[in-house]
Design a protein. Structure first.
Length: 451
């Protein structure tokens, strides 16, 4: 990174950033209160609120959103007549999955092989720290040249829409000229990237019932309809022979015309086992950024250990469907429900329950904010040109903000590059990426204010 005062300040602040990220990672802030204490999420929210207050933010508030979680808001006034920039991150995290598979405790930030490991280190508690670093660097070098609104969501990973609903009910709260979403990631470490499209999502619980109760598989098996077997048939109907997602009536999306994703590199990033083929057709970028994808997220059925010789009366699954830009998530949900009902065999009773939904997103890359970010990235990443990429994941708030504030420019950056392994065991963040992106965000705010 070329020497400049902002970059030098961020470098000096990195030990503090690591200590703060460790404090934030220590909160088990999973917004599923059937599994994790509500107090852990509330503690993380208070940490963010205290950090904003310490930086001079005004009107700092814990917003009670309709889904029962809290989002954290603060306002930092800039010079008279300055533009307003909204900085977004989320402090809630995915469950750690099987903690025994983590090399180090998931809620204890641990440095190993040049990376910092812990749940939420990249997605997206690291994003909170990134925003704070950028603002501190500017304050130490002439001041923050824009008005800043800061919002940290408390249930993004659950997809329950609390912040979206709150924003719709209080549309004046998050008004801004530009929004920086700190919940995406570079295409690879060291390659500055803005995410320009997001797939939307819908999540459904599906339940299949066939009997009043379980039956002895020897006495009744072969004629009694097995709910688990019926559910397996339903789930299998969601994919063609090559693995392409097939939901009746749902289009196959489009082709991606931006940054290419080499198949060999994807196999390495995804850690695909030797000899196992990829699924679907078209380029890798087509499949993960521009086309729908259904995933079975979980199944309720008897575990192998302790299973009895029984025909199952009921079985349940959680299905996630990613919806590409150009499709409507609400319509896709209707089509998915109709598909599940149509493909349930043997007249079994099937019911569905929607858990979460978010629309896909496509940014306007022709806006002045993108040029300001490209100039900033060129300084933070010497010799590298800013790239445009898609993301297969969903950030439902983007469409809410785009709808509420159609003139606002929205940029997506962040720390979730492939090596971060977000949502998986051993999630980590690159401290070098945290440093460079904090510099880029600070310089972006300065560039944007000057335009």
């Amino acid at each position: 990174m070329s020497s400049n005062p902002v970059a030098e300040t961020v470098t000096e602040l990195m030990p503090r950033a690591k200590a703060e990220l460790a404090e934030l990672v220590a909160f088990k802030s999973v917004a599923d209160f059937d599994q994790f204490p509500r107090s852990e999420s509330e503690g993380a929210a208070r940490w963010v609120a205290d950090a904003l207050s310490a930086e001079g933010f005004e009107d700092v508030a814990l917003l009670d959103t309709p889904d029962g979680t809290q989002s954290v808001y603060g306002y930092l006034p800039g010079p008279d007549g300055a533009r307003t920039v909204l900085l977004y991150a989320h402090y809630d995290v995915q469950p750690p999955l099987d903690e025994t598979r983590w090399s180090t405790p998931p809620f204890e930030l641990t440095e190993r092989d040049g990376r910092w490991y812990g749940r939420g280190a990249a997605d997206c508690k690291g994003g909170v720290i990134m925003h704070l670093l950028a603002l501190r660097a500017l304050k130490a070098n002439g001041g923050v040249p824009v008005h800043v609104k800061f919002i940290a969501e408390g249930s993004e990973e659950m997809g329950t829409g609390g912040l979206q609903q709150y924003a719709e009910a209080h549309p004046e709260l998050l008004t801004a000229d530009t929004v920086v979403i700190g919940d995406a990631g570079n295409f690879r470490v060291g390659l500055p990237t803005v995410t320009t499209t997001l797939r939307g999502m819908t999540t459904l619980r599906v339940r299949v019932d066939t009997l009043q109760g379980n039956l002895h598989s020897g006495q009744f098996g072969g004629a009694a309809p097995d709910a688990l077997a019926a559910l397996i048939r339903v789930l299998d109907s969601l994919r063609a022979e090559d693995g392409t997602t097939t939901v009746d009536g749902l289009g196959q999306g489009s082709s991606w015309d931006g940054l290419a994703y080499d198949e060999k590199q994807f196999r390495e990033d995804a850690k695909v086992l030797d000899g196992v083929g990829l699924i679907g057709s078209g380029s890798v970028a087509d499949r993960i950024w521009a086309r729908p994808s259904a995933t079975v997220l979980g199944i309720d059925c008897p575990p192998v250990v302790g299973a009895t010789p029984s025909v199952q009366a009921s079985a349940r699954a959680l299905i996630g469907l990613r919806v590409p830009p150009g499709a409507d998530a609400a319509e896709a949900t209707k089509l998915l429900v109709a598909h599940l009902e149509a493909h349930t065999p043997w007249g079994a009773r099937v019911s569905t329950e929607q858990i979460g939904q978010g629309q896909p997103f496509r940014a306007d890359t022709s806006s002045p904010a993108y040029q300001a970010m490209a100039d900033a990235m060129a300084v933070a990443y010497p010799g590298e040109e800013m790239q445009y990429a898609g993301q297969g994941g969903s950030i439902p708030l983007c469409n809410t903000l785009s709808s509420l504030y159609p003139d606002a420019e929205i940029l997506l950056i962040g720390l979730s590059e492939p090596e971060a392994q977000i949502h998986a065991v051993n999630e980590s963040v690159s401290p070098q990426e945290l440093e460079r992106l904090s510099v880029a965000e600070a310089l972006f705010l300065r560039n944007y204010a000057a335009r």
